[in-house]
Design a binder for this molecule. Sequence first.
Ligand code: TXA
Ligand code: MG
Length: 348
Amino acid sequence: MTARIVSIGSDDLDCKEIYDAAEIIKRGGLVVFPTETVYGLGADATSPDAAKKIYEAKGRPKDNPLIIHIADPVDAEKYTYTSELYYKIAEAFMPGPITVIMRSRDTVPLTTRGGLDTVAVRCPENPIARRLIALSGTPIAAPSANLSGSPSPTSAKHAIDDMHDRCDMIIDGGECEFGLESTIVKIDDDGSLVLLRPGKITVTDLVMLGVDVRIADAVTDKLGEGEVALSPGMKYRHYAPKARVVLLDGSAEAFAAYIKANLSERTAVISYTEDQELIKQEIPSADFYDFGSRSDLAEQAHRLFGILRDADKCDYDVIYAPLPDKDGIGLALYNRMIRAAAHDIIRL
Ligand code: TXA
Ligand code: MG
């Protein structure tokens, strides 16, 4: 199968191509579409056969459940047991980059939710995504549109690289605005919130709702031997380039000095724009990847997965990068980068 690739502008939501895409979803096929976080690989969430195709196309383990994407926050009623807290979250952040896990109704097949009694629901903000869901007349199950184990795609080019021969259509809607996957929270039985995956909606944003927020251990730490992940996806090594990735925690000078003293034949350095000159001067043989300005976390989030993909094509022995702070959306960067580095962190 070779995907048909179409370009759709956010101001052209009545074009024939988007109706064609919705038709493919209705008939049980696979469509890659843009969201404000990353590109998704979508299929009819209510069809076990369609959901099965997603797992196969990605090479994804069957126990790793899918997020169902809805066009309107109230549509969650049909698929989950909602609560006041759900509506508080929806009011504050939907449509937008947040996913809420709640107890599932029988309307969601077990295949879609990886055999769990809960289901993850997200109402994306990207207009192409919302229009596609609405025209399909069904929720769309969609994981990130990458092959299992590679970074999530933040442009159509990334999605084409991974999925062009594994789906029916790829919608090019330009670069994803944010560039890291949605914040995932679970509403626990006692009504508290557990953060399972940090994203653009931060812990501070959630606390402002006036609820207790617990951060799951796996967000920042390595899971212990035999420990059960609250979110099945957390136990898999994600976003990992082929090269060894090492995170360095220290000043720009210590960062450059460490790399200089530990240089491999093929070394890449991901670092802040401000430090570019220092690094090029101290370590001229290394390739430099510009992570954006030190204080511009949104820009770093936007660039991270693209940089990891580019670097992965160059057969480096080692990729050095700075360890981000855990404040604000820094926590999302921290979470993705410690996984890319398989927790290889050096304190300088
Ligand atoms: O931004 C996003 O969320 C993107 C776009 C396409 O919407 N989607 C995405 O999906 O990142 P995926 O499948 O790559 O990541 C979803 C994560 C997985 O780690 C999965 O294990 C977890 O959510 N998850 C899904 N349903 C769950 C559930 N019922 N309980 C716990 N974790 C769940
Ligand atoms: Mg993913």
